[in-house]
Ligand binder design. Structure first.
Ligand code: BG6
Ligand code: MG
Length: 215
């Protein structure tokens, strides 16, 4: 199979914002009076802001009104934005720029497929926005991962068949979304967590186009 496009998740794949999401949600949990661990945080990766809050409240065994949930989600986002405002091009994870450069040199198209409504701000802050041929973010989608919508829309906008796209993901829900779209998926992170991916790499350091071969 010759691939024609690569679709990248953002948080935890191209930049280490997964940590900022965790710290922001942890502040909310602290305030509500329960413990929220990094292990718990795995469940929130790739999940929308409101979906994440629902999981957080389940962990804390709390049930809140719709109004209170909207208020808490906004509060979490303000905390998260404080971290993002400080981001610079140095926050792009190691090896990412070289790998994107190799894709460009070989005429592969590059897309973003993120659940985040803050994706464009992060791409701007880290100065990589111009590297993308298409950007699908949380403002454009109605169905959260593991629904394939975010990646299917990316492929459609690039005018490339789904099975000619490879997805890069750090979240189980994202790997499922890629597979539900009929795409291969490379997991970025640990094989223990991302066992459902077609291949898993710890990051982009030394990753090559040749690694996009699947048996
Ligand atoms: C995903 C993150 O990329 O975006 C999730 O993995 C996050 O943790 C989701 O909840 C939504 O992000 P935002 O920036 O719109 O709150
Ligand atoms: Mg992610």
């Amino acid at each position: 199979m010759t691939f024609k496009a690569c679709l990248f998740d953002l948080d935890g794949v191209l930049v280490d914002t997964a940590r900022f999401h965790y710290l922001a949600w942890k502040s909310i949990a602290d305030k509500l009076g329960f413990v929220f661990t990094e292990h718990d945080n795995e469940q929130l990766k790739g999940i929308s802001r409101m979906g994440s809050l629902d999981i957080l409240l389940e962990i804390g065994k709390l049930s809140l009104s719709k109004e209170e949930k909207v208020r808490l989600a906004a509060e979490k986002n303000l905390l998260y934005l404080n971290y993002i405002q400080l981001m610079t091009p140095d926050d792009v994870l190691p090896g990412v720029l070289d790998f994107l450069g190799e894709l460009k040199t070989n005429d592969l198209r590059i897309g973003l497929g993120s659940a985040s409504k803050n994706a464009r701000l992060i791409l701007d802050k880290t100065a990589i926005v111009n590297l993308f041929d298409v950007i699908i973010d949380g403002n454009l989608i109605t169905h959260a991962k593991p629904d394939p919508q975010v990646f299917a829309l990316g492929a459609q906008m690039l005018k490339i068949e789904n099975n000619h796209c490879v997805v890069f993901e750090d979240a189980v829900a994202g790997i499922q979304a890629a597979h539900n779209a009929g795409m291969k998926c490379i997991g970025i992170g640990s094989p223990e967590v991302l066992g459902e991916a077609d291949k898993v790499f710890p990051g982009f350091t030394n990753m090559k186009l040749a690694d996009l071969k699947f048996s």
